[in-house]
Design a protein. Structure first.
Length: 119
């Protein structure tokens, strides 16, 4: 069974992961969004599938919910739109669980990606 934890681990190891195209933009832009999305997911693995936790955060400042991913976004010069795409996708995966989130995605938005580990 694929979970947020298994997919974050695969992403960090450079193994292919099926995810959603979060921006619909050029590959470099998309890669930046995915890096932030996976960083945000990694911060909240304990709350995967906990709908009440995520419901309670509606209206919260995402910078305080995902402080490390927020700092990563600022430090790398990414735009507010990239932050918005990334955090929105992270919350969908975390709230629903990885497999259910993939099922909910339109099939033409799915993609298989991998990254080179950052050293």
């Amino acid at each position: 069974m694929k979970t947020c934890k298994t997919e974050v681990e695969a992403w960090k190891e450079g193994r292919p992961v099926t995810t959603v195209n979060v921006s619909g933009a050029a590959p470099a832009y998309e890669n930046g969004c995915l890096r932030i999305m996976f960083a945000a997911i990694g911060e909240k693995l304990d709350f995967e599938g906990d709908e009440s936790y995520w419901d309670d955060l509606v209206g919260s400042d995402p910078d305080t919910v995902f402080p490390n991913a927020s700092r990563m976004c600022v430090d790398s010069g990414m735009t507010g739109a990239m932050w918005g795409f990334s955090v929105s996708a992270a919350v969908v995966f975390l709230r629903n669980g990885w497999e259910k989130a993939i099922e909910l995605c339109p099939k033409d938005r799915l993609q298989t990606v991998s990254m080179l580990p950052l050293d």
